[in-house]
Structures are given as C-alpha cells and as structure tokens.
Design a protein around this ligand. Structure first.
Ligand SMILES: *Cc1c(COP(=O)(O)O)cnc(C)c1O
Length: 392
C-alpha cells in the first residue's frame, strides 16, 4: 500500500533570493477565490482588468499585452518563436546567465545568431551595439534589462530607437525589472517584452506577462512560416487574450486572480513610489553589506536595487553558509549561476520584500553566519550601517 505523506507544513521561510520572492498575503487570499470557467463573462472581465493594469505597469498602450500561462522563460520563448523565422538574423546580447538562455532559444528557432558578449557584471555601451546593428542588420535584437545572475541593470532607454534606425525589433527580458525598476515600453520603443509573476510582482511563479508593439505584431503577421510552437503561437493566443475570447487553452484561473491582485498592489502604491522604495532599501542593504566587507559583482554605475549580488568572502563556504541561513534563520538567499557559481551570493529585495525588516533580518543573520565561518567581520557593523543609511 502507498503510504500517504503528511499534510503540507513546510517551515516558514523569508525568500530573499533571486525569486521566487514571497507572495503578498493579499495575493494568497485572492488565490482562494472560487474558480470560474475560463469563458465565464465574469472571468472575461477579470482578464480585461488584468490586461489594463498590466499595460499601466509596463507603461504601454500595446493592445497585445497579456500574461502567458507559464513562468518567465515561456515569455522569453513566446517572444522569440513568434518573431523569428528560420534563417532570420538575430543579435543576442549577453552579460550573464539569462542572456545565454536567449541565445539557446534563438538558436532553436533556427535563427542565424550573432552573440555580443559583455563581461559578467558589466553592461553594454550603445555605441558598440550601433556598430553591431550596422554590420549584422538583424531582424531582432535581444537583451536582458535586469541581469539577475550578476545584479546589473542594462540601460535600454535609447536602444529601441537605435534598433529601429536599422530596422530591427527590440526584445527585452524584463523578468527581474518589472515592478521594481522603471520599465517604459512605449517611451523606450521596446517591441517585445516579457516578465514573470514571482519576482517584482509578489505573486507565485506561473505567469509571464508579455507585451508586443504594433511593429512586432506587423512582423508576426508578415510571417511566411507557421510558428513552430502550438502552445505559444500568438496568432492563435491573440484571439483568446486579444479579440473574441475564443478558446485556446484553459487559462490558469487562480494564477490570473493572483496576478490581478499583484498588479492592484503595484498601482495602489504608485509606480514612482514603488521604484523609490526599492532604491531606499537597496541603499541601506548595500551600506550594511559593504560594512561587512562584501563587494558587489556588478559595476558601480549599474547595480540593481532589487537584486544585490556580492562576492562570497574568502574563507566562507558557499553551501554551508547558505544552509545555515536557511535552517537556523529561515532565510533563503541565492547562490551564483554560471561563471559566478560558488563565487557569489544573490540577495533579492523584490516587490513586497523590499522593506526595512528584510534588510535588517538578512544583515543580522549574515553577520552571525560570517562570524561563525571565521570571516573577519565586526559584529553589528552591517545592521548599524543600514540604520545609518535609513536615517540619512
Ligand atoms: C528568473 C529569470 C528568468 C527565468 O524566469 P522563470 O520564471 O524562472 O522561467 C529569465 N530571465 C531573467 C533575467 C530572470 O531573472
């Protein structure tokens, strides 16, 4: 006979890694709302409301703005499979782990991929990309806005215009930026963007908000070949989330409730206030981490407020320290990815977790763990520095 596992009762955690970050209590409550059918007029209204709020958060008027029914990577795949046809030229800019994922997906779409690399922790200079666009003349240029593996923020505010000068479409990974730092799709002339629910929007993982400019929709309509993915084919999803609400797949009703509540929270707070809060808490955390002798992996001019990636100090064992944080303090932080595996820790202050109590908890716990590992730190220095930063 199969023995039945006990009722779920995981120990409480504070999720301060690169995601998932904690869901807001109001989001969890929204998720207990009874199901509706995915074609119920009430649900269709909920879809409309969700899309309207999503446009406000993405700062766009793009009609084709909706959440893909899966995590952030599915949003990445949706953008690339729909805009790339076999043989098309794509330039993918990589400065970390997630740029490389875009390279892989573009290759699987049978694009002729040109990879532009910047060192991990750095970002791209527009002049360099201008030269690449000029020589390659790609159909699509893909770039990560907030590179979660290094903690670097790529300035994309002028990149859309530049791409359009050379007839290219700009695809941006906004998975870690949306809801934490400004994302202005229309002003920045971004053609396709994707994000996720579990980082800056304080929802569980499971939805990937995407948005496509009219220019991207034209490119989609001009395709000569079928989109190779059935599930992610916008030409048919469009009629469910776009026009006549014709059945395509069963929307994950509960996740749409969650996203709707997460977006309500963002708009109630106000975008500018939310971005300022992320900066304030980052400044305090950074003061604390630096007082403990930790240094950031991203260059000083491009550090993300919502994702603080620091080098693991000499003498500290990566796995042992993170395990102690998790089991003794209930705090999850992230390890390094790719080039930074075993070399970096990643502390997320995303969405509702960007608040002073999280800053103080992680600094206090980190002090204890570092002292325990024999790293030379002054006990109390991190917390004191953060306190001072808040008071300034
Ligand atoms: C988390 C992340 C992804 C992947 O999203 P999933 O929700 O894990 O599929 C892609 N890009 C960036 C920059 C990320 O931080």
């Amino acid at each position: 006979m199969t023995s039945i596992p006990g009722q779920l009762s995981p120990a409480p955690r504070l999720l301060l890694g690169p995601g998932p970050s904690d869901a807001h209590p109001r989001v969890l409550t929204a998720m207990t709302t009874p199901l509706l059918g995915h074609l119920d007029p009430q649900f269709l209204e909920i879809m409309n409301e969700t899309q309207t709020m999503l446009r406000a958060v993405y700062q766009t008027k793009n009609p084709l703005t909706f959440p893909v029914s899966a995590t952030g990577t599915a949003g990445m795949e949706t953008c690339l499979v729909n805009l790339i046809e076999p043989g098309d030229k794509a330039v993918i800019c990589t400065m970390g782990y997630f740029g490389n994922r875009m390279v892989d997906i573009a290759g699987r779409c049978s694009a002729q991929v040109t990879v532009k690399e910047a060192p991990w922790g750095q970002t791209f200079d527009l002049q360099v990309l201008r030269e690449t666009l000029q020589t390659v003349r790609p159909k699509v240029l893909g770039i990560v806005h907030a590179e979660t593996s290094t903690g670097a923020l790529q300035d994309i505010s002028e990149l859309g215009k530049l791409c359009h000068e050379f007839g290219a479409l700009l695809v941006t990974d906004c998975v870690t930026s949306l809801g934490c730092t400004p994302v202005k799709l229309d002003e920045w002339e971004v053609d396709a963007a994707f994000s996720c629910s579990q980082k800056g929007l304080s929802c569980p993982p499971g939805m990937s908000p995407v948005s496509f400019s009219p220019r991207a929709v034209d490119a989609l309509k001009a395709r000569k070949t079928k989109v190779q993915s059935w599930y992610l084919d916008l030409t048919s999803i469009m009629s469910y989330w776009g026009g006549d609400r014709a059945y395509h797949h069963t929307a994950p009703i509960t996740m749409v409730y969650a996203l709707r509540e997460g977006l309500r929270l963002v708009l109630e707070e106000g975008l500018e206030a939310r971005f300022a809060r992320h900066v304030r808490n980052h400044v305090a955390l950074k003061a604390g981490l630096e007082a403990l002798g930790l240094t950031y992996t991203a260059a000083a001019h491009c550090q993300l407020p919502q994702l603080n990636a620091v080098r693991i100090p000499e003498g500290a064992d990566d796995a042992a320290c993170r395990k102690r944080l998790l089991t003794e303090f209930g705090i999850e932080i992230g390890g390094g990815l790719g080039d930074f595996k075993g070399k970096a820790w990643r502390i997320g202050l995303m969405g509702q977790n960007s608040r002073p109590s999280c800053v103080f908890q992680v600094l206090a716990a980190l002090e204890v763990v570092l002292l325990g590992a024999g790293v030379k730190v002054t006990g109390g220095a991190g917390v004191a520095a953060a306190e001072k930063a808040y008071a300034a």
